[in-house]
Design a protein around this ligand. Sequence first.
Ligand SMILES: C[S@@+](CC[C@H](N)C(=O)[O-])C[C@H]1O[C@@H](n2cnc3c(N)ncnc32)[C@H](O)[C@@H]1O
Length: 202
Amino acid sequence: MMGNKRAFLIVGNRAVTGKLNLNDLPGSAGRMDIMCRCIASALFLSHDVRRDVEVYLLLLGPPDPPKAVRVVGGKVRYMAPDERNIGGILSKALTVKVDKGWKQSTPGVYVARKSLEELLDELIKKYEVYYLREDGKDIRDVGFGENSLFILGDHIGVREDMEIVIEERCREIISIPTRKLQADHCIVIVHYELDRKQREGV
Ligand SMILES: C[S@@+](CC[C@H](N)C(=O)[O-])C[C@H]1O[C@@H](n2cnc3c(N)ncnc32)[C@H](O)[C@@H]1O
């Protein structure tokens, strides 16, 4: 059976957890440009949105880490695929007073105080978890279940202590041969590979 629902979790090692300077997403916002591109790649088709996709960001930068953001493709409104627009929506989410439960900031966008462990323990109830790393099993050799969550790092990757948390909970480490890619490009390729498998009924 092939995946019906997909989710992506991107670790933002330095991505800020307060209001963003939209003129400086790559700098003072701690590479929030990567987070914005990952959301765009995960959710947007040409003139359409993937309604069966969720994106989770784990933001670990100052001033108030950790924060998790959840963007639900089927519910999101007023979002365009450009970094500035998505950055504005994230900035609003990051001014919400957070606790452990998800709070909606704008339609389809939620924020909570969650560590990687807490977030993954929640997500493994809904998804089979796959960790994307260069040395993993070729994505073409993996049989995916109904609902799959893919974890990716940002420009820094994923810290070793976090890898342990992920490896304890993931079904497989998977790779996209044969080069190290940017996280948002990986997301496009994951969609491509799963869309093909879905079309072929694999
Ligand atoms: C720009 S890369 C990380 C670079 C970082 N300096 C490192 O060496 O881990 C961003 C993320 O994309 C994913 N990634 C990049 N290339 C990949 C590949 N060929 N196969 C699987 N995942 C990949 C990984 O999750 C990685 O953490």
